[in-house]
Design a protein around this ligand. Structure first.
Ligand code: MRU
Length: 364
């Protein structure tokens, strides 16, 4: 991702691993768009906390953080007995897996690391294998996002007005992003278009993060409140909806994504606007049989009852918006049924949601 720091453009990855310091290094997304800062997490518990507190967020980014966190936890093990090492790794896995429940990518990422570790004959070689597997997961993810861009570029027409929800951009991955991949590819190829970013209450990932990212790339965009999308669609001002996902069920084609995605899909269908979901392969869940079985994260009511912001100068401040004494519900995700989705854009091409299962050999 290109980041402008004091008039200079620098390449950055959202999540990385510093092997020498055994630290997971990530962009602290809680500070954006006001401040750009990378933090180094020295212990797997800190990495798990950063996932839970959303210093790092987005399915692909928390997957990489979890993969690195597992390697980090393994590297910190002090001992030589394989059985104690395995018990320790299991504890680390659980701490990282329980940090956020809806996205399936962290589980797949850590399973890959654990599987790679299994072939090592002793503890030192397992540690080294874990580290290599986490790095491989991160670089494969970047390559997959590039492939999503190559397949998705044809969805973006010159002059298109694209709606996106939440942040499925470079900040939600190691780099590039899923929903943003076709945008970055199209922009790089000289196409010009406009992006509408849903604000995405309550945490405002669209207003804070997607808008920041598009600004870094110089892509024209406008932030809208979540409720404005229907109005713009009715006026004929949206040509395409492009979102990411935290879990796509391979068996049914159902898509879990940030709360409000389902509403946008219903609106898009009503107005005959194509609705695409862009994902890397780690987002595909081949075992869950129904969208009703996807764990939907319920976050703190405080996120709904108030909001965080930053005055022109001074630190971030929380302000209460809702009536004092009123309560709130805060489901973080919803599930969109397959019949509302035009296509699932993957690194292996575009599939209709119900064609995922018959094509599982290409996608696994
Ligand atoms: O709660 P978040 O910010 O971690 O939510 C994840 C998301 O940003 C979205 O649901 C996104 O569209 C898919 S993540 C690639």
């Amino acid at each position: 991702m290109h980041v402008r720091i004091r008039h200079r453009v620098k390449p950055f990855r959202t999540v990385a691993y510093d092997r020498r310091r055994n630290a997971v290094v990530l962009i602290d997304q809680r500070l954006l768009p006001h401040e750009f800062r990378a933090i180094a997490l020295r212990d797997y518990r800190e990495t798990a906390r950063a996932i839970r507190d959303m210093a790092v967020r987005g399915a692909g980014a928390i997957a990489a953080a979890a993969a690195y966190g597992l390697a980090q936890g393994a590297a910190a093990f002090d001992g030589a007995r394989p059985s104690s090492f395995e018990r320790h790794v299991e504890r680390v896995y659980r701490a990282l897996a329980s940090a956020r429940p809806t996205a399936v990518d962290p589980l797949h990422a850590m399973d890959r690391v654990r599987q790679a570790m299994g072939s090592g004959p002793d503890v030192p070689s397992r540690k080294a294998l874990a580290c290599a597997a986490a790095e491989r997961f991160a670089s494969d993810q970047v390559a997959e996002c590039e492939a999503i861009g190559r397949h998705g570029i044809r969805l973006v027409r010159e002059g298109a007005r694209i709606l996106t929800h939440c942040n499925a951009g470079a900040l939600a991955f190691v780099d590039i992003g899923s929903a943003t991949a076709p945008m970055y590819a199209a922009w790089g190829a000289g196409l010009r278009f406009h992006v509408y970013c849903d604000e995405t209450r309550p945490r405002c990932q669209g207003a804070a993060l997607t808008a920041w990212e598009l600004f870094q790339h110089g892509i024209p965009h406008t932030v809208i409140v979540d409720n404005a999308a229907g109005h713009l669609m009715r006026q004929g001002e949206i040509d395409l909806v492009l979102v990411g996902s935290d879990r796509v069920l391979g068996r049914t084609g159902e898509v879990a994504n940030k709360i409000g995605t389902y509403t946008k899909a219903v609106l898009a269908r009503h107005h005959g606007i194509p609705f695409y979901v862009a994902i890397p392969l780690s987002t595909l869940d081949w075992s869950t049989r129904s969208g009703k079985d996807i764990p939907i994260e319920e976050r703190s009511a405080d996120e709904v009852l108030g909001a965080w912001g930053r005055p022109r100068s001074g630190p971030a401040t929380y302000v209460r918006i809702a009536n004092p004494g009123s309560s709130a519900r805060n489901p973080g995700f919803d599930v969109t049924p397959p019949d509302l989705i035009t296509g699932i854009l993957t690194p292996r091409g575009v599939f209709r949601p119900r064609d995922l299962w018959p094509n599982r050999h290409k996608l696994a």
